[in-house]
Structures are given as structure tokens and as C-alpha cells.
Design a protein around this ligand. Structure first.
Ligand SMILES: *Cc1c(COP(=O)(O)O)cnc(C)c1O
Ligand code: SF4
Length: 530
């Protein structure tokens, strides 16, 4: 080791400002209240230095500088280890030459690492809480299977019954008494349910019932599927569902010029307590005639502006395979229909329904024009290994699977719960698409509503913290879907905008496109044609 310290201007020009600042700080005279160097520290530095010189690795160099920088804060300088400015300068240069992207040592140590540390700190709280506050059905699988066994026995279902869709539907739970025999409910609650379901239909598949954690008072699965007293207590004047005023033809709802929905059934495998179509869904099972579908298809056929058709309900996968196949074939025979969607919650409520015949039908139609399957998952608890597998199989056969969640009090109205939901579905072959603010139109679920701002905070908090394609759009339904994103444009001055980073509220200046350059017609290849 050289004994003579060198000043930073001897360092090669190849080093950037961050690294020169770092070296200059390390080579500045030792502090006044300097602490003594223990033999252990001396040994660590010596070993790191040897390693940094010998190996063609960036990590020992980075570690050495990191230690030296910390020691410097206690007044200890590089001289104390017999290191010169030239020694550390050479190592800094070596770091930069080794790195494939020529990242400088100072840039990495004093800039990139602190930024990464700040980013990590933003998710600490989430990581510590996510598995206890918002366990997924995958994490709860052991308990769910135990619940399943108990329920199966109580209902006298064979194993074949449990694992078949028909068996699930045949054994659906639709009375308070039956429900009370399967999960612990206070006597008062049973009475209340018994009363409410005279007005609002209850139907849980045995499988969906097994997702309920009996020890949780307001279990998110129960809240979504078991009607409670509020539904009748709240009942005020129902503002008619938007859909009813937007039906230009039999079975059709249309708000938009290029996309419409066919309400192909009013049935669902499970009836949600927060269903937007609560007035139409689930009152009485009702199969529709081919004539009815025919009129809906005629409307689409005669409407060349429509390019996207959403087959919904109810739940599209409640329909028999033969009907799904027929509707898809009809749509595929219409030239102006370019994309299709099927709305279903069945992979969550009765995943046994996803049979190979259905998958073949989806794939065949998807080969003609893209199909998206749109589902509704509101809590990570709804994703079990079985439903994840259903989504995996579907996602192999269609263009994409999207999720539309509803923001619901006690179910997904915290950052931890919603982040966990979005990450879990993302890991289960499903892309978060929308989060709806729970509708104001239905007094039956006033008790589930969450303030607009709470939802905005949750959705905005995802930016920069979870994968971009796992972040849904936040929507109010009020005669069409209205985006509710927070505006991250703080202000504008001349051609400069001030933008806000949603993840830490830091403000950055963002120069706009030059309007003169934007206004120039003569650009790229056009300028050669004169
Ligand atoms: C939601 C909905 C659509 C589809 O809207 P996207 O924003 O394309 O997902 C179309 N028609 C009706 C009636 C709807 O409710
Ligand atoms: S699955 Fe959809 S249509 Fe069926 S009850 Fe639930 S929210 Fe309503």
C-alpha cells in the first residue's frame, strides 16, 4: 500500500462527480474527536481491501467503501489503514470497469443504494402485516380443507359430489338453519338471516362456504355471501339500476358505442350481498329462450359500430357449455365483432365448473378473435389453490383474465388488504382491471360503502410499490364508468409541469413538449418530400 495520500484531482477523469465527492470525503483530514481503531476493524478493512484488489467482483469494493464511509463518520480516515487516495481511486475505477453498465461506485453507493433503501422502507409495513391481516386462501388452505371435510360430512356429500359442479349446485346452502349447522352463528344472527332471505336470496356453494373462517366475526367471505339485517333496515328508495335505463334491446345493456353487454342469464352459483343487479339477479332461476338470444344477437348484427361484446349475467359460466358455444359462434360469425368477454365469478365460487369441454370451446373461439374472461375477486381469501388452478387453465386458452373488484367495507378497504388482493390475483394468472366504488344506487348495501377518498388513497399507494400491471383503475359507476384517479399534476408554470410521485409525494418538474415543435407539420420523412 502506498503511504502518501493523494488528492482527488489526481483521480482519473473517468470517474464521475459522485465518486470524486466520495473519494474527496474519504481522503479529507481525520476528524477531531476521532475514535480509536480496534484490531478487529483493522482486520476487516485489510481483508476487504485484499479481496477488492484480488477478485473481479464489484461487491467487495462496494463493501469496503461503505465501511470506510461509516468509519469516516467516527473520525477515522483511510490513513489509519495505510490506504492512499490512489489506492481507493484505483478501486473505484475498477468497480466502474467491471460493471456491465459502467455504473460508478459513488453513484451506486451514495445514490442508488439509498434510493433502493427508501423504496424498501415503503413496503416494510405491508410485508409485516399482509399474511396476518389479509391471508390468502392459499395460505389458509389447510384450514379450508378441514372446513370442507366437515361441511361435506354434514351435508352427506360424496367426494364425487364435492368435486363436481353439479354436486356443488345440488348441495347449495340456501336456508339459515342449514347454514347454522355448518358454521357457528349467534342465535340472533340466524333469526335475522332467516328474515332477510325472505327478500334477498341466499345461496352458497358448499365449496364457497368452506372458505369461511369460523373464528372471524366479520369474515370477508360471510360478508359477501350471507345477507344481513342492514339489507332490509337500509331499504329506502331504490334508485333504479342504471342498466334498466340503458337497454336498447332484449337482454342488451349499452352505454358505449363500441362495447355492449348481453345479460345472458340471471343465475349465479353464489349470490353476492353487494350485487349491483340485486333487483334482477337471483329472484328466480330463469333460462332464456333461443328467441331471446336471437333478438339480442340481431341487435348486435345490425350495429356495425359495436366491436366488443360482453356476455354477462348473472354469471356467464352458469350457462351450459352448448349455449356458451352457440353464442360465441354466433358472435364470431359477425364481421364487426372483434373481441369478446365473458363475465364470471365461478372460478371463485365453484371452480369445479371449469371443465375441459368449456376450455376447448373458449380456445376455439379465442383462436378466431380474442376472448377475455372477466371475473370478480374481492379478497385474497377467495384465491385458493383450486381457484388459482382454474385461472391457470383458463388463462392458457384465452387472451387474458381480468378482475373487477368492488371496494367493500371490512373486506378490502385498507392498503394491506387491497395490495394483498392485487398481488395474489396477479400471481394467480389474473390481472387487476377495475376497482369499483360501491354503488350509491342500492340502499341494500349502504353499509358496505367506502368513502371515495379512501379508495383513491389505496389505489394511488400502489404506484411505485407493486407491479404496474397489478394496479387496477378506480371507477365510479354512475351511468357509465367514471375514472376516479387522483390528479398527480400539482401545477403548471409556462411549459413546466409540477408532478407528484404518488408513492412518496415528492414533487418533480416535468417540462412539457415544446408546442412549436409539436405544431410543425414538417417532420421526419415529410421534410424530404419537398
Ligand atoms: C362495464 C360495462 C361495459 C364495459 O366497460 P369497459 O370499460 O370496456 O370494461 C360495457 N357495457 C356496460 C353496460 C357495462 O356495464
Ligand atoms: S356474481 Fe355478479 S351478478 Fe352474480 S350475484 Fe355476484 S355480483 Fe351479482
Amino acid at each position: 500500500m502506498a503511504t502518501q495520500s493523494k488528492s482527488d484531482h489526481d483521480c482519473p477523469n473517468a470517474l464521475d462527480k459522485y465518486t470524486l465527492d466520495l473519494i474527496s470525503s474519504l481522503t479529507s483530514p481525520a476528524g477531531k474527536n476521532k475514535q480509536s481503531v480496534t484490531p478487529e476493524v483493522r482486520k476487516v478493512i485489510s481483508e476487504l481491501y485484499q479481496l477488492a484488489c484480488k477478485k473481479n467482483l464489484t461487491t467487495p469494493i462496494l463493501e469496503l467503501f461503505d465501511r470506510l464511509l461509516t468509519l469516516k463518520e467516527t473520525g477515522v480516515s483511510i490513513d489509519d489503514f495505510g490506504l492512499s487516495g490512489a489506492d481507493i481511486c484505483n478501486l473505484a475505477l475498477k468497480h466502474q470497469q467491471l460493471d456491465e453498465h459502467m455504473v460508478s461506485l459513488g453513484g451506486r453507493l451514495t445514490q442508488a443504494l439509498p434510493i433502493a433503501a427508501e423504496a424498501n422502507s415503503r413496503v416494510e409495513d405491508y410485508l409485516a402485516r399482509k399474511d396476518t391481516e389479509a391471508p390468502s386462501g392459499i395460505e389458509l388452505w389447510q384450514k379450508i380443507q378441514e372446513n370442507g371435510k366437515r361441511i361435506r360430512k354434514k351435508l352427506g356429500m360424496s367426494e364425487d359430489d364435492w368435486f363436481s359442479y353439479k354436486g356443488q349446485i345440488r348441495n347449495c346452502i340456501n336456508s339459515a338453519e342449514e347454514l347454522a349447522s355448518l358454521i357457528d352463528l349467534p342465535v340472533e344472527a340466524v333469526k335475522s338471516i332467516d328474515n332477510v332471505i325472505k327478500t334477498f336470496r341466499m345461496r352458497l356453494t358448499p365449496y364457497y362456504t368452506s372458505l369461511i373462517m369460523p373464528t372471524e366475526i366479520n369474515d370477508p367471505i360471510m360478508l359477501q355471501s350471507i345477507p344481513t339485517g342492514e339489507m332490509v333496515d337500509n331499504a329506502g328508495i331504490e334508485i333504479p339500476p342504471v342498466a334498466a335505463d340503458h337497454s336498447p334491446a332484449r337482454l342488451i345493456d349499452q352505454f358505449y358505442p363500441r362495447v355492449l353487454t348481453i345479460k345472458a342469464t340471471n343465475m349465479c352459483a353464489m349470490y353476492c350481498t353487494h350485487c349491483l343487479r340485486i333487483a334482477h339477479i337471483g329472484k328466480k332461476d330463469h333460462s332464456y329462450s333461443r328467441e331471446a338470444y336471437g333478438e339480442a344477437l340481431d341487435y348486435i348484427r345490425n350495429n356495425e359500430r359495436v366491436r366488443d361484446v360482453l356476455i354477462t349475467g348473472g354469471d356467464a359460466f352458469v350457462l351450459p357449455n352448448s349455449i356458451i358455444k352457440w353464442i360465441l359462434e354466433e358472435l364470431d360469425s359477425i364481421d364487426h365483432i372483434k373481441v369478446k368477454r365473458l363475465g364470471t365469478r365461478i372460478p371463485i365460487t365453484a371452480p369445479m365448473r371449469i371443465d375441459d369441454e368449456l376450455l376447448d370451446i373458449l380456445e376455439e373461439s379465442n383462436d378466431k378473435n380474442p376472448i377475455r374472461v372477466v371475473t370478480q375477486i374481492n379478497t385474497a381469501q377467495e384465491i385458493t389453490p383450486v381457484s388459482r388452478d382454474a385461472f391457470r387453465r383458463i388463462s392458457k386458452r384465452v387472451f387474458t383474465v381480468l378482475n373487477q373488484a368492488v371496494l367493500l367495507k371490512g373486506i378490502n378497504d385498507t392498503r394491506v388488504k387491497m395490495w394483498k388482493l392485487c398481488e395474489t390475483i396477479h400471481e394467480s394468472y389474473v390481472r387487476p382491471y377495475y376497482i369499483f366504488n360501491c354503488s350509491y344506487r342500492n340502499p341494500q348495501f349502504t353499509h358496505f360503502r367506502v368513502p371515495l377518498e379512501v379508495g383513491r388513497d389505496i389505489v394511488e399507494s400502489m404506484y411505485g410499490n407493486i407491479s404496474g400491471d397489478a394496479i387496477p383503475r378506480y371507477i365510479a359507476t354512475a351511468g357509465g364508468k367514471i375514472p376516479l384517479h387522483r390528479d398527480n399534476v400539482v401545477s403548471s408554470k409556462g411549459e413546466d409541469y409540477l408532478l407528484r410521485k404518488p408513492w412518496n409525494n415528492e414533487e418533480v418538474t416535468y417540462p412539457d413538449a415544446d408546442p412549436d415543435i409539436y405544431g410543425k407539420e414538417d417532420f421526419a420523412f415529410r421534410k424530404y418530400t419537398k
